[in-house]
Design a protein around this ligand. Structure first.
Ligand code: HEM
Length: 412
């Protein structure tokens, strides 16, 4: 793909492609504002997609447009990209890319995994994991929050949730990062595809073995729930179990890591709001919602236009790709008064960070719990926390899954 040239007047053309510029990646909100103000239903010639940035239009796309958008293995073969078929074979079975009635079937069977009892057990474990990770940091003058908490906490919790040994968490994290690099980016990168392919093959083998073990050694987690769930006499195939364990594992780690990292950075940059949370920790639930709105870990997703689609008065041809930018909708002043202000007590905060409608995040209760426990624990255990001076803030070059590579803090 070529880079987007400047307009005749020297101003950069409107394109989501500019997210590749480091300064736009660091702060995409002025670009989102231009899109919302100047062309809220924008045809992006560089991405061959519509880009939608206003709250009601993003809701409309998430509610009515088609999620079935991954090329099938057969289509990849036709396109001469046959080496990627193992990835496509997994993705076409993941709930994220299914429409009704297939989507409802998988989601219903999977929801058995999150019973209130199971959530209560996980809550206790998340507290323990967060405390033990923070125990190792107490006494340090400075540390990297990504490395010591934001990466390992969701990785260990995810292993628990799935029912695989928590000692495998580093391996799960590596696979998940590779898969996320592909999911979150629209620029083609042949080198990355090879790495993702290897990770997908390893993950498929690992989770197939775990599914087979359930017969002789049943576990407590999602793999067991998916393998044994029966609704109206229907059950998932082993291939469907593996594909949906993978999407849950990736969905569960990358985004929650970024909620902790982006959220803490935001609080450290706005010490008045951090002080407010310290003074009243009962605000942690609304604080997490506001941090999700303000620096959404999942900035955008994609759909295909159905027949007869119209967005903001613009007809969208059936089959066209549409990128719904939740990160922009979450700053829409028509929906959120004073949207660029962080207010950890904000009311009426129905943000789109977890999506909307049928594909609304499957793991939202778990993500909220992890975020709340992470912030509550950090604030309680460290009376002083500040950004380490002289350390640059570096955003991951992942345009959809917004997050930091490192976050160095000092404790005195
Ligand atoms: C802060 C953390 C999280 C954020 C911001 C987030 C965000 C999202 C978003 C925006 C979607 C909808 C995507 C779309 O409509 O195209 C989604 C779906 C999904 N999420 Fe999350 N997520 C988070 C945590 C989790 C966790 C912890 C899990 C696993 C337990 C998870 C598993 C999933 C799954 C399986 C889907 C697909 C649901 C479906 O298609 O029906 N997510 N998530």
């Amino acid at each position: 793909m070529t880079s987007a040239p400047a307009n005749g007047d020297g101003s950069p053309p409107l394109s989501l492609y500019h997210l590749l510029d480091p300064e736009v990646l660091a702060n995409p909100y002025p670009l989102y504002k231009r899109l919302r103000d100047e062309d809220p239903v924008h045809w992006d010639p560089y991405l061959h997609s519509w880009v939608v940035t206003r709250y009601p239009d993003v809701v409309e796309v998430l509610q009515r447009f088609k999620a079935d958008r991954t090329p099938t293995p057969e289509r990849l073969d036709e396109l001469g990209m046959g080496e990627l078929t193992p990835i496509a074979a997994v993705m076409v079975q993941q709930m994220l890319f299914l429409d009704p009635p297939k989507h409802g079937r998988v989601r219903r069977l999977a929801s058995v995994a999150f019973t209130p009892r199971r959530i209560a057990v996980l809550r206790g474990h998340i507290h323990q994991i967060a405390e033990s990770l923070v125990d190792e940091l107490v006494g340090l003058q400075s540390f990297d929050v990504m490395d010591r908490l934001a990466n390992p906490l969701p990785a260990i919790v995810t292993a628990e949730m799935l029912g695989v040994p928590t000692t495998d968490h580093d391996m799960l994290k590596g696979w998940s990062q590779d898969f996320a690099e592909m999911l979150g980016n629209f620029q083609h990168n042949p080198g990355r595809a090879k790495k993702t392919l290897q990770s997908v093959e390893e993950m498929v083998a690992y989770f197939h073995a775990a599914v087979l073990r359930e017969d002789s050694h049943p576990t407590e987690g999602l793999i067991n729930a998916l393998t044994t769930a029966v609704v109206d006499g229907d059950r998932l195939t082993d291939g469907e179990v593996v594909a949906n364990v993978i999407v849950t594992m990736v969905g569960g780690q990358e985004t929650t890591t970024n909620l902790i990292g982006n959220g803490l950075l935001t609080l450290l940059r706005q010490p008045d709001q951090l002080a407010r949370l310290r003074a009243d920790p009962s605000l942690v639930a609304t604080a997490v919602e506001e941090l999700l709105r303000y620096e959404s870990p999942s900035q955008h997703t994609a759909r295909m236009a159905p027949e007869g689609a119209v967005l903001g008065g613009t007809p969208i041809p059936a089959g066209d790709a549409v990128i719904a930018v939740m990160g922009a909708a979450n700053r829409d002043p028509e929906r959120f008064p004073d949207p660029d202000r962080l207010d950890i007590g904000r009311e009426d905060n129905r943000h789109l960070a977890f999506g909307w409608a049928a594909h609304f995040c499957f793991g939202a209760p778990l993500a909220r719990m992890e975020g709340q426990i992470a912030f509550e624990t950090l604030i309680r255990r460290f009376p002083v926390l500040a950004l380490e001076p002289d350390k640059e803030i570096q955003w991951r070059p992942n345009l959809g899954l917004r997050g930091l590579t490192q976050l160095h803090v000092v404790t005195s």
